[in-house]
Design a protein around this ligand. Sequence first.
Ligand code: FCB
Length: 401
Amino acid sequence: MNNPSSGHPFPDGFLWGASSAAHQIEGNNVNSDWWHREHEADSTLPEPSGDACDSYHRWREDMDLLAELGFTDYRFSIEWARIEPAPGHFSKAEIAHYRRMVEGALDRGLRPMVTLHHFTVPRWFAERGGWTAEGAIDLFERYVRATAPVIGTGVRHVRTINEPNMIALAVAFRELGTEVAPIAGIPLLDRPTTDALIRAHHRARAAVKSISADIQVGWSIANQVYQALPGAEAVTAAYSHPREDVFIEAARGDDWIGVQSYTRTRIGADGPLPAPDGAERTLTGWEYYPQALGHALRHTAGIVGDVPLIVTENGIATDDDTRRVDYTTGALQEVSAALEDGLDVRGYLHWSALDNYEWGSYKPTFGLIAVDPDTFERTPRPSAAWLGGLARTRVLPRITS
Ligand code: FCB
């Protein structure tokens, strides 16, 4: 039932959460391809992940804080490189570690949303050729099946792969010999990787269902919010399809789809355009544009039809927490408007729970909770209390200005 006092109908059972990813918060993920990349002599990454937030040891503290703040859901990922450090060698201790995390979340009243793969793979998997190498999908499926003791009971939502379109983009960047996304537009994704990831998702979905038919399986797409300038509708559709829509189409048989949105990309007759002159930019250089989430939800729903939507990432890199509250208010108003229009949005999980390793740098601070890099002390920001409070009241104040 909708909350009558709010005017913003966040339904009962709506997921109010915060998100994280293992490599970005655990620290010392030494068997992963990313760790290796961070430490190559000619690495172009500004800094390595190191100890990250030490959440490998401090996950209880993280979950205590999120539960105390009022959140009902916590999205975290489990690390393939730890679970299978060598091909076919599955670590019982690491599986037990992640099971403790699932139970720890449940004990605190947090529903765990478990991601099986968030950007990093074991180093051995990358070295044998990654997603397009022979047998790669069988190996992924074998890993997914090995996670049964972690996800088999008590886990309602499982995500197979985080942002497959960004994984295929990373391959395209490697082929182009660059690592940095231009502000306007992105190159064409690697097609063999795209196809392999879609097959991997479908195989993983079936594997998870065979572990427990009760688990709701999905994957999350990076929504770039391609906005057509007048007259550029066909150009925009052609631009978006291989970069995003093909992955959304692959979710048609899923239990839900994750929407992950931060900013927009405007498309003119000749292709992508930079942000408008004078636009506010966040610490990642992205245009401050909370309305992006509404567009992302509608775009996704237009492709998947009646597959339920969950916002699995949305947030802002800023050193001014008032901008975080402002941005998130704007984004939640978009969610609310989408619900009013009948879209089946089941939850909002903010990126990110903690300031963390943003794939090369600690500088873009996305966290609801600040983390001291030396002592690992956690300090919830006012935005964390504000968003956790919304999870309790489901009342989103209307902004009148
Ligand atoms: C997404 C990633 C996540 C984080 C945010 C800012 O693309 O899934 O790990 O880096 O962007």
